[in-house]
Design a protein around this ligand. Structure first.
Ligand SMILES: *Cc1c(COP(=O)(O)O)cnc(C)c1O
Length: 211
């Protein structure tokens, strides 16, 4: 099987998907980026996305919206109706709630399993020791269209071992997409096989509100 990340050297840059992370930014800040032709965006809160994106979608047409922040199961219905891709599937309760909503709404979403590669207690994501089984359950038990893995390495650490762990896990579980790399480390993430990078402040400028 040839997957996007196996041939890192021969991969052309346009094959890496850029998710422009527009959280905390207002429509006026986002419009110039849409005008420049970017059509893939990421938000980390369901409510914020709901406040901003329906109108922008009406104005700009086809947009691919990614949820990159933690999801509560009581927001699963809204998330499934608003987003095209949910990158933060990380526990059974969410997998179940999402599967139910996908069925009910008849929408074709893509999903990523978020892995807590640093096993940080406060951080979202499934811990690596049980991740393989969880990925299989998402695919087989819940029938979710899981296409890849996502991680956010610990802030003060070299991200490379985390990127390598995610890549190995994707290879082992037969997934082809790797969402890794943010403003500070997207270049190294691409070297390590990222097929999706999530870049906010390098596009929109430093956020006033941090989260
Ligand atoms: C905010 C955020 C990003 C983007 O971060 P920048 O450092 O602004 O590029 C990427 N991924 C997730 C999950 C985020 O919450």
């Amino acid at each position: 099987m040839i997957s996007a990340y196996q041939s890192v050297k021969s991969r052309i840059p346009s094959h890496v998907k850029l998710v422009a992370v527009s959280k905390t930014y207002f429509k006026a800040d986002i419009c110039p980026v849409l005008d420049a032709g970017q059509c893939v965006f990421g938000e980390n809160r369901v409510q914020e996305a709901k406040d901003k994106w329906p109108e922008l979608r009406q104005l700009y047409g086809k947009i691919e919206l990614h949820l990159i922040g933690p999801l509560q199961s009581n927001k699963a219905a809204e998330a499934v109706s608003l987003f095209d891709v949910i990158q933060t599937v990380d526990r059974v309760k969410i997998a179940e709630a999402l599967a139910k909503e996908v069925q009910k709404q008849g929408r074709a979403l893509q999903f990523y399993v978020q892995v807590n590669t640093g096993s940080e207690p406060q951080k979202a994501g499934i811990i690596p020791t049980i991740a393989d089984q969880f990925i299989r359950d998402c695919l087989e038990t819940y029938g979710l269209n899981v296409v890849g893995l996502m991680c956010i390495p610990p802030v003060a650490e070299n991200p490379v071992p985390h990127f390598k762990m995610l890549r190995t896990m994707a290879e082992r579980t037969g997934l082809s997409e790797l969402s890794m790399g943010m403003s500070s480390d997207f270049a190294v993430a691409i070297q390590e096989g990222a097929t999706v990078v999530r870049v906010g402040s390098a596009i929109f400028g430093t956020r006033q509100i941090t989260r």
